[in-house]
Design a protein around this ligand. Structure first.
Ligand code: SAM
Length: 267
């Protein structure tokens, strides 16, 4: 999506907000391409935000713990995967961060999904040689997080953007509105993201627009999403889906970029 999204990125902004952080693709892109800026990064998934904090502050301990996972995994991948999956991450933040990264690197399709009790329930992924401990990448991300001094918060998006105002830039990448009853991969936190929440986010988008914020949002291409953002610039883009249960469904699919900014040809 980045090549399409970046056409909407404003030339300048005060603070950058990414309240549905996930893997933070847009934040890392901006950090790579812009002078240093203030950023508020947040996600309702507490384990995810804690993992970013550990990457930022305790990267060497994290690497050591992940190396241990890597060597255990190599002995008997499937057995070790399920033994880690049934454990919790433990009481130590480094152990919990390593637990989350290990499962993400070795589970089916790198999917994050939990059941109603909040237990991770993705099956084993058949990878030949997964890079469980990518030391170089972890150290680079750690440096970027330290250098940027970005605020990392575990909050609902509505609370996380409360301090935003005129001149700030907000990128919303919510769990997508499902395109069919079987395409609902929105259960990141166990609570899902309902139609009412999509509507609520739409109302907030309008309020932030009136406040003078510069906003870009991505979502699935459905009638409902088009209705919610009626009146704004809505661009249809072709994308490859990163997550689908069938690989043939990962291509030839359209999504929407919605913004109150004009698109342009530079980023
Ligand atoms: C589509 S993913 C974001 C992907 C991200 N742009 C990336 O680069 O990987 C949506 C994220 O929203 C988070 N989320 C779901 N409900 C939320 C809420 N109410 N408030 C804040 N974050 C939420 C999920 O935990 C998930 O990480």
């Amino acid at each position: 999506m980045l090549s399409n999204l970046k056409r909407y990125f404003p030339k300048s902004f005060d603070t950058y907000y990414e309240p549905f952080l996930g893997g933070g693709a847009v934040f890392f892109h901006l950090m790579h391409n812009r002078p240093r800026f203030n950023a508020v990064l947040s996600d309702v998934n507490r384990e995810l935000v804690e993992t970013y904090c550990v990457v930022k502050n305790q990267v060497e301990e994290l690497i050591e713990t992940l190396m241990n996972h890597e060597s255990e995994y190599k002995r008997d991948p499937r057995r070790y995967y399920y033994s880690v999956r049934t454990e919790s991450g433990g009481s130590d933040p480094v152990g919990r961060a390593a637990h989350l990264i290990f499962l993400n690197k070795t589970c089916y399709n790198g999917l994050y999904r939990v059941n109603k009790k909040g237990q991770f329930n993705v099956p084993f992924g058949r990878f030949k040689n997964p890079k469980i401990c990518d030391q170089r990448n972890l150290r680079t991300i750690s440096k970027v997080l330290v250098w940027s001094n970005a605020k990392l918060l575990s909050l609902d998006y509505q609370i996380a953007i409360r301090g935003s105002g005129r001149g700030d830039f907000i990128y919303f990448d919510p769990p997508y509105h499902p395109t069919s009853s079987t395409a609902n991969f929105t259960n990141y936190t166990g609570s899902g993201f309902s139609i009412e929440e999509q509507e609520q986010l739409g109302l907030l988008f309008r309020e932030l627009d009136e406040r003078g914020c510069q906003i870009v949002l991505s979502n699935s291409d459905t009638h409902k999403v088009r209705d919610i953002y009626e009146g704004y610039d809505i661009q249809t883009v072709e994308v490859l889906r990163a997550i689908s249960c069938r690989s043939n469904k990962r291509k030839g699919h359209t999504e929407l970029i919605i913004s109150n900014l004009d698109s342009h040809v530079f980023s």
